[in-house]
Design a protein around this ligand. Structure first.
Ligand SMILES: [Zn+2]
Length: 262
């Protein structure tokens, strides 16, 4: 009977950009890759397997993370990007044959990139990421404001589990509205504003917003929360027309691409 090779897997240290926690992650093994390949069925399963996979690959973690449950509570979506980057980097090292669509001539062309060459990291400057809320008055929906926050892995799990089976609700809208904690609407007849905080109502309210208001929400989110994290950016030249372009690599998408192609 096979007793194990007694291997020491390669490790990579990640300091999460928003919660400022330090982790060591190790590379995926073949069995874990297989498990991820089998998980690409429903959005709930993808998210759940991805989170569990990251958690299981953590070999050193801070004292306040004692179990999977508080990992979900304390880690934000931007922190997960950084952990995923660490996992990606230590498992695959490179992003190979990444297909890019030229923004000038619209043709696809392949590039080979070293993930580490494209890496940018901006750390959140305070310690209040989980408690911070920002109120944004919507420019087109007069009298309506939105309270935004940085969602955690737990917020995402709860929203996906409760919303993804609701008819007509897409994953995009579930993900986009995670940053919204509540809407407030001033009512003329009332001193107190009307509060919309139920997840279903938030999604329905969000869908009725003028497009300009959506942009305002995301600009504010990015300025206050979203820009703090990692980014994989690179400059490329189109093989067909020679145009220069700067592309942002979607880490989650590429992670699964690598899992599949390996
Ligand atoms: Zn081109």
């Amino acid at each position: 009977m096979f007793k194990g090779f007694n291997l020491k897997y390669p490790e990579y240290e990640v300091v999460t950009p928003q919660s400022h926690l330090s982790f060591n992650v190790r590379s995926l093994n073949v069995q874990e890759e297989e498990k991820l390949k089998g998980s690409l069925m429903t959005p709930t399963k993808i998210t759940e397997h991805l989170n569990k996979c990251i958690y299981e690959c953590i070999v050193k973690k801070p004292d306040n993370i004692t179990e999977y449950k508080n990992f979900l509570d304390l880690i934000t979506l931007k922190d997960r990007d950084a952990l995923l980057y660490g996992l990606y980097h230590i498992t695959y090292e490179e992003i190979r044959n990444y297909d890019i669509k030229c923004s000038n001539c619209r043709k696809d062309f392949p590039v080979t990139v070293k993930a580490s060459d494209t890496f940018n990291y901006e750390i959140y400057p305070a310690e209040d990421i989980l408690l911070k809320r920002v109120k944004v008055d919507l420019p087109k929906s007069i009298g309506v404001s939105v309270h935004i926050k940085q969602p955690t892995l737990q917020d995402e799990m709860v929203a996906i589990k409760s919303m993804s089976s609701r008819p007509g609700t897409t994953m995009d809208v579930i993900t986009e509205t995670l940053i919204i904690e509540k809407f407030e609407q001033n009512i003329e007849a009332s001193v107190e504003p009307l509060i919309i905080s139920d997840r279903t109502d938030i999604i329905d309210a969000y869908r009725t917003l003028p497009a300009k208001d959506k942009r305002t929400i995301y600009e504010k989110y990015n300025e206050e929360f979203g820009k703090y994290g990692i980014e994989l950016k690179m400059k490329v030249f189109c093989q067909h027309c020679g145009a220069e372009d700067t592309v942002n690599i979607d880490l989650v998408e590429n992670f699964f691409r690598m899992v599949y192609s390996s």
